[in-house]
Design a protein around this ligand. Structure first.
Ligand code: DSN
Length: 427
């Protein structure tokens, strides 16, 4: 077989990009070498439809053990009774969860995408808005915080079967007891999609959703710093209230409905190599170093908040409780699109983002989203955040100046050379 030089050259090129630039996309991170090692190996060869001990293929005795380890570690980290580690992504986790508890046409209530929500929380262009009747709550115009009164009013008006909390671009913590009270009053389930802050929740820096939310989904590659993938968790398993019976005439447990909704409901063979890598990431999360890491994420986000405020940037909700900041650029007379495009020329990677009540389209936007988990993994500390904001500000205040972007880029490349990405990298 001839070696595929073309693709491995591209992988090296991508390595150089990741190594030399400032990675500020709030949903990205740099997973460890051992996570990648677990992900890129012979477990990719194995078919294992089903679950540990109950598979549709022979030869699953080894992957049974590694999948069970991933399950046990996830349960331990979040102190929950149930974990399904097979979803290929956060979107797959949400699709399976909804398939488990909803019928087509059922109503759901989530945070509007344009207010910081996620596609899978009911957007009309997504399965969640096509299969289910979706309704939305917002953040308040005056302070950028979730409008729980609106959530309550929408819940009473539409009587959804499912209320979804969690977001992609929201920098504050959530009031889970209030959400559960709203749900209980209308007989709804609560799903928390904690994909973004999951690592911070794992280490107790943010409120825990588990006691109040019937179901919790997450990706594994954001603040959890694992391989790309998803998980579904439940603090308590319980008999389903949907009237679904098992062959003996008993109500099926929720865990059974969720497992069936992942496989065979929405997926076929699990990615056992990725599940092994999830187990490795969970092992890392259980170590003290992960507490140091997540504490540093919060310190870096706060340092960045102060630095942006000092330069008169308009941070939605006035600041951050977590790993990200959403910045409204309208007072700087620059669109999100223009800022993103100019910053990338200086090797600063972040994404344009709608801000609440935006007057521009999702392709243009008035804002940018800035996150610190990836740079925190690289070893950057509070004292570096001011320099980063200086670079961002230099570009944004002279957004058409390509010469300036190139000079910032060379400063950044020189700076990032000092922060190792992978010690044993080889393509
Ligand atoms: N792509 C994720 C994010 O950037 O937040 C959401 O799916």
């Amino acid at each position: 077989m001839t070696f595929d030089q073309e693709i491995f050259d591209l992988i090296q090129e991508e390595y150089n990009r990741q190594h030399m630039g400032l990675e500020l996309i709030a949903s990205e991170n740099f997973t460890s070498e051992q996570v990648m090692r677990a992900m890129g190996n012979i477990m990719t060869n194995k078919y294992a439809e089903g679950y540990p001990g109950k598979r549709y293929y022979g030869g699953c005795e080894v992957v049974d053990k590694s999948e069970q380890l991933a399950i046990d570690r996830a349960k331990h980290i979040f102190n929950v009774a149930f974990a399904n580690v097979q979803p290929h992504s956060g979107a797959q986790a949400n699709a399976a969860l909804m398939l488990a508890i909803l019928k087509p046409g059922d109503k759901i209530l989530g945070l509007d995408l344009s207010m910081g929500g996620h596609l899978t929380h009911g957007s009309p262009v997504n399965f969640s808005g096509k299969l289910y009747e979706s309704h939305f709550y917002s953040v308040k115009k005056e302070d950028g915080l979730v409008d729980y009164d609106m959530m309550e009013a929408q819940a009473h008006e539409h009587k959804p079967k499912l209320i979804i909390c969690g977001a992609s671009a929201y920098s504050r913590d959530w009031d889970y007891p209030r959400i559960r009270a709203i749900a209980d009053a209308v007989g709804a389930f609560v799903l928390c999609d904690m994909s973004h802050p999951a690592g911070l929740i794992a280490k107790g820096h943010l409120r825990s959703p588990f006691e109040y939310c019937h179901f919790v989904t997450s990706t594994t590659h954001k603040t959890l710093r694992g391989p790309r993938g998803g998980i579904i968790l439940m603090k308590h398993d319980f008999e389903n209230t949907l009237g679904i019976l098992d062959p003996k005439g008993n109500l099926k447990m929720m865990s059974d409905l969720i497992n069936l909704a992942v496989f065979p409901g929405t997926q076929g063979g699990p990615l056992e190599h990725v599940i092994a890598a999830k187990a490795v990431a969970f092992h890392e999360i259980m170590q003290d170093e992960f507490m140091i890491y997540t504490t540093q994420i919060l310190a870096n986000a706060k340092a960045m908040e102060r630095a942006f405020q000092a330069k008169n940037y308009d941070i939605v909700s006035g600041g951050t409780d977590n790993h990200l900041l959403l910045i409204d650029l309208r007072n700087k007379n620059v669109t999100g699109k223009k800022a993103e495009n100019a910053l990338v020329k200086a090797d600063i990677t972040l994404n344009k983002n709608m801000v609440p009540y935006d007057d521009k389209s999702p392709f243009v936007t008035s804002g940018i989203r800035v996150g610190v988990p990836a740079l925190t993994t690289r070893g950057l500390k509070e004292n570096h955040m001011e320099q980063i904001v200086d670079w961002i500000d230099t570009i944004i205040t002279d957004v058409d100046n390509e010469q300036k972007a190139l000079s910032v880029k060379s400063e950044i490349n020189e700076f990032m050379r000092g922060f190792e990405l992978y010690k044993n990298w080889q393509v």
